[in-house]
Design a protein around this ligand. Structure first.
Ligand SMILES: [Zn+2]
Length: 713
């Protein structure tokens, strides 16, 4: 799934996004007893080991409470750092794991206000807090006394090893501090911080430039130019034009959600070219909003910063704590898949050209989606409206509970109405228990419907994660989607893609529920690994058990016809040449830009020459061209990390085959036990590569992905 900003939104990872330089200490921990009238500061009370008071939160309290949380956290860190006792795991690492409880609680509310219930009032608070949170984060990562203590604990543990999980916590914390420059001398540290500051400004300018080009290159159509477009698309284009003061016209905005359907369906070739050109020229218009020079500045500063730490290049520094470990491994995967992907593009183009010949057209990049759609209709004959009638939201939710029961031994039951506070009446809550023992595992919150102030897409998050080091904490996890509500009493019907995403996000929730880690840090995610568990869970949607029990017609209750299921399965490999190639071209570019010496680099020529060397097919562009590659240049979240989607895809395809090869298929008891034990429950307590080998008996193999995408015959 290439939905790029909707990633694993465990609270911990969310906080990484919020504070950028998050370190491991500020994850979550115990609740102190506090009495106050500000609900955000209050201990979580009520049933299920305490739950957030979502019904009483006030935006007005957020800023002051976060400021207070940061202050308390820094005081706690100061106490740890200034201790006169010799540093030990307990007085340093455990104490850090325990710190930051106020901040942690208030971030749960902050997350809801930012993602589920946003408002102009809240966005103002967000703007005020951003620089303060960033400063707060550096204060911890650059705390010399604190780092000295961590280092001592780490070095002692090299001589006399701790318990396995303690050893891993120390390792992760120590290495993250080193990666952030904590071990540098004062001069280098100062330079490191100065580079960070400069970069944060450049990232901001980069994003604003892209945003400028997205807002300022709107294509307006008149009513003679609507050929091929759906009624829904036309209606929304008319509304957008009206909102931009162009009543009576139709606006194609310069964003993917507008560009993609337009290029797929519009019969107006000249306009397709214009819309395509606008979109793929964002940040590359040789004006004051052009990003090419900025990118070189960013690459230079990144390289200088990692050189302070003794690394050859940014990619080497970045990948050291990823599953891939180094750029060579990531490149090896991408280069192994690339030839098959471009070969498939040639086949797809041939199929399309056969149709385009009738129109006397040679396929150009702005024709790809249009003719691909024609091939899809001719070859696969899959009617998405017909499929939808078998995809009822409530039934799909029951299907997920069924899968969780079979694989994880979980039972989901609605909590008594009104017993758990929610932030909106649409949100429903279920209690999760063990099917045999009845042991309470946690609560699952579902916020299914779109509304104003809620961000788009789908995501999963935790309000509280499992830990046992300081008394057992039970899990509060949530799934969030943007389905459209049906009329009262009618079934909510969703698309096949949305059904897959629903299962995907539920996979993240199961990953949260099944955690058996002792320390908060071990709940953290590894970027090229945490999407794997959720991607894998999508596979259960197409199992016979789910199909026969839950994919039933919303009116007649009849099971989805076999022929339709066969069409869905067949269509899964459709257009994989396009999808894989446009993605891989960006992922390869991301890595190559960070392996190259940026001195004297011209981004335009670099991109062109790199694509030529790769023999990039001329009929399609990169998914994200360099001048608007926000994942990589509007921050560091995905810099030299874009390969991670394919990395997780390899694991997914290979793990899915482990199930299909086993006696009981996707519900094989032994496989399910291994799945939970090695791939879900340990989270980051075991090195991901080792965890996978324990599950599979070997490393994942690329061939599984090739079969999955239909790249082998
Ligand atoms: Zn995900």
């Amino acid at each position: 799934m290439l939905n790029l900003f909707i990633m694993n939104k465990q609270k911990y990872t969310t906080r990484i996004v919020l504070i950028c330089l998050c370190i491991f200490s500020i994850v979550l921990s115990c609740k102190n007893n506090k009495s106050t009238s500000n609900v955000l500061l209050q201990e979580w009370t009520g049933p299920y080991n305490g739950v957030p008071a979502f019904d009483k939160m006030q935006v007005a309290d957020i800023q002051s409470t976060i400021e207070q949380g940061m202050k308390e956290n820094l005081e706690e860190i100061d106490v740890i750092a200034s201790s006169t006792e010799p540093p030990t795991f307990e007085n340093t690492i455990e104490a850090m794991e325990r710190s930051g409880s106020t901040l942690d609680n208030v971030f749960t509310y902050y997350g809801i206000l930012s993602s589920n219930m946003s408002s102009p009032e809240f966005r103002k608070v967000q703007g005020n807090l951003a620089p303060k949170l960033s400063e707060f984060s550096s204060k911890i990562s650059q705390n010399q006394k604190l780092f000295e203590r961590i280092k001592t604990v780490y070095e002692n543990a090299q001589k006399i090893p701790l318990e396995d999980d303690q050893q891993r916590v120390v390792d992760l914390i120590y290495k993250s501090f080193v990666m952030r420059g904590a071990a540098l001398d004062e001069d280098k540290k100062a330079r490191y911080a100065a580079i960070d500051k400069e970069l944060s400004t450049l990232y901001n300018t980069f994003s604003n430039n892209v945003l400028h080009d997205e807002e300022n290159y709107v294509t307006y159509l008149d009513e003679t130019q609507l050929g091929g477009l759906s009624e829904g698309f036309i209606k929304s284009a008319a509304a957008i034009a009206k909102s931009k003061g162009q009543d009576g016209k139709y606006a194609i905005t310069n964003t993917r959600s507008s560009m993609d359907p337009f290029l797929t369906y519009s019969t107006e070739r000249t306009l397709r070219k214009q819309v395509w050109t606008n979109y793929y020229s964002r940040g590359d218009n040789n004006d004051e909003y052009d990003n090419k020079t900025l990118i070189v500045e960013i690459l230079k500063l990144r390289r200088e910063r990692v050189k302070l730490l003794g690394h050859k290049n940014y990619a080497e520094w970045r990948l050291q704590d990823r599953m891939a470990k180094n750029p060579e491994n990531a490149m090896q995967l991408m280069e192994a898949v690339w030839p098959a992907a471009i070969t498939r593009v040639a086949e797809e183009v041939a199929d399309m050209q056969a149709i385009a010949n009738g129109d006397k057209i040679t396929i150009e990049p702005w024709d790809y989606r249009y003719y691909a759609e024609k091939v899809r209709v001719a070859k696969y004959d899959l009617n998405s409206d017909e499929v939808k009638q078998y995809l009822q939201l409530d039934k799909l939710r029951e299907a997920m509970f069924y899968v969780a029961g079979r694989l994880f031994n979980y039972k989901f039951e609605p909590v008594p109405e009104g017993s758990v506070p929610v932030f909106h009446e649409d949100v429903k809550v279920w209690e999760v228990t063990d099917l045999d023992s009845g042991e309470h595992i946690g609560l699952w919150y579902l916020d299914p419907f779109a509304r104003e102030g809620k961000r788009s897409g789908a995501w999963a998050t935790t309000y509280r994660s499992h830990t046992t080091f300081d008394g057992k904490k039970t899990v509060l996890a949530s799934n969030n989607s943007n389905f459209i509500k049906a009329a009262p009493g009618e079934a909510v019907l969703i698309s096949w893609d949305d059904a897959e995403t629903f299962f995907h996000e539920f996979g993240h929730a199961l990953h949260f529920f099944s955690s058996n880690v002792k320390y908060p840090t071990l709940n953290g995610g590894v970027r090229d690994y945490t999407e794997f568990q959720s991607q894998l869970l999508e596979r259960w949607l197409l199992t016979d058990e789910v199909i026969s029990k839950y994919l039933v017609h919303y009116k007649t209750g009849e099971v989805i016809p076999e022929a339709l299921v066969a069409k869905i399965k067949k269509a899964a490999t459709f257009n994989q040449g396009f999808g894989t190639t446009e993605y891989l071209a960006s992922a390869l570019m991301d890595m190559k830009l960070h392996l190259a010496d940026p001195e004297g680099m011209d981004v335009g020529s670099f991109e062109k020459e790199t694509l030529e060397a790769l023999k990039m097919p001329k009929e399609l562009p990169m998914r994200h061209r360099t001048p608007h590659f926000g994942h990589v240049f509007s921050g560091e979240g995905y810099a030299t990390a874009y390969y991670g989607y394919m990395w997780a895809d390899v694991l997914t395809a290979d793990a899915a085959e482990a199930f299909t090869e086993s006696k009981g298929g996707f519900y094989d008891k032994d496989m399910a036990n291994k799945l939970v034990k090695y791939l879900f429950a340990p989270r980051n307590a075991i090195d991901p590569g080792e965890a996978y080998r324990l599950f599979r008996g070997r490393d994942a193999q690329i061939e599984a992905l090739m079969r999955d995408r239909g790249f082998v015959n």
